[in-house]
Design a protein around this ligand. Structure first.
Ligand code: FES
Ligand SMILES: [Fe+2]
Length: 345
């Protein structure tokens, strides 16, 4: 799963701490500039190594309890009284690594050593939505600059939020400001439910902004044909909105069964970041209003779904959610309930 943008982890010793389920991970840039993830836990008696959520370490990671020292690559370098432990194989007491890959300017971790590669998991999802993996490359996410990250603390299970992102059936009643710039959303069918490579059109002359009037140059790398808005869910916890002039990256962090933190990054061409006439706030504001509307709906779902009487149904405009259900049920080793099988609902 994705644990965050890596542009602030740009030099040796820069680190962040991420919670993934019950595991707390230390993600740190090494002296060889490689980004690594480790369990944030001393190999001696388990003390948590870093308690700050981000920052810069020196050349080593030192445990505050008994002073074991580790390199930024996780190797145990020294421990007090090591001379008393001649038989101790230092190599065996390095920090426990967790698989990490950088992609799109973000860090992606996997706690399962035997899991398939990140590429083999995410590429089919991108292909299915955009029709072509090269299209995502054209947006150059790792070269864009983040104008703003907004954090939303949401009182719902993370899966409710993903479901919300996978259908546009709610757009007409819930998102009037969004409909004003992308009228097609009012039909209930949006990017996620369309054929591979097909996005949605903006209203004549409109751009993604609260006023509807802001139009910026296309992102470098895009072609005139990249004029629509596309959206991609990258399971389990990322949602990309690809507009011609910016990209929004939603990252969900499950906190507990009933709470999720959602981070939304608004990425622009770095050349636009400090231009006063670029009016980036106008775009960020439309997204913020839209996300707040989604947050309220998801929190209401959580309240209702708690009921023992809850039994939901999917309508045709929500068919993409079935893929997500299949993924979730598969991950927990259960069959997809008949009510959600293709053709039902
Ligand atoms: S728990 Fe870390 S040095 Fe003892
Ligand atoms: Fe929405």
């Amino acid at each position: 799963m994705c644990v965050g943008r890596t542009d602030s982890l740009d030099s040796p010793g820069k680190f962040q701490v991420s919670q993934v389920g019950r595991e707390n991970l230390l993600i740190v840039r090494g002296r060889d500039l490689r980004l690594r993830a480790f369990h944030n836990m001393c190999r001696h008696r388990g003390a948590r190594l870093c308690v700050d959520t981000s920052g810069a370490l020196g050349k080593t990671i030192r445990c505050m309890y008994h002073g074991w020292m580790y390199g930024l690559d996780g190797r145990l370098t020294s421990a007090p009284n090591m001379a008393d432990m001649p038989g101790m194989a230092k190599d065996e007491y390095g920090l426990l690594p967790v698989r990490l890959e950088e992609w799109l300017g973000y860090a992606w971790v996997n706690l399962d050593e035997l899991a398939p590669s990140l590429g083999s998991q995410v590429e089919p999802q991108v292909q299915a939505r955009l029709g072509d993996i090269a299209k995502l490359d054209r947006y150059g996410l790792d070269r864009l600059g983040c104008a703003k990250t907004i954090r939303y603390d949401v009182e719902c299970n993370w899966k409710i939020f993903v479901e919300n992102l996978m259908e546009c059936y709610h757009c007409a009643p819930l998102h009037p400001q969004l409909i004003a710039v992308i009228p097609q959303f009012a039909t209930g069918y949006g990017t996620i439910s369309s054929r591979p490579g097909v996005g949605v059109e903006f209203a004549e002359g409109a751009g993604y902004s609260l006023s509807g009037t802001v139009r910026r140059p296309r992102l470098p790398g895009l072609t005139p044909a990249d004029s629509q808005l596309h959206a991609v869910v990258i399971r389990p916890n990322v949602f990309l909105v690809l507009a011609p002039d910016h990209v929004a990256v939603y990252r969900l962090e499950p906190v507990s069964a009933g709470r999720t933190t959602v981070f939304v990054d608004s990425l622009f061409d770095p050349a636009q970041l400090h231009r006063t006439d670029a009016d980036l706030d106008n775009t960020v504001e439309l997204r913020d209003i839209t996300v707040r509307q989604d947050v309220e709906a998801c929190e209401r779902c959580q309240l209702g779904m708690r009921s023992a009487a809850y039994q939901g149904v999917l309508v045709p405009a929500e068919h993409a959610i079935v893929d997500f259900y299949r993924y979730v049920y598969g991950a927990v080793g259960e069959p997809l309930p008949d009510a959600y099988r293709e053709g039902a609902g």
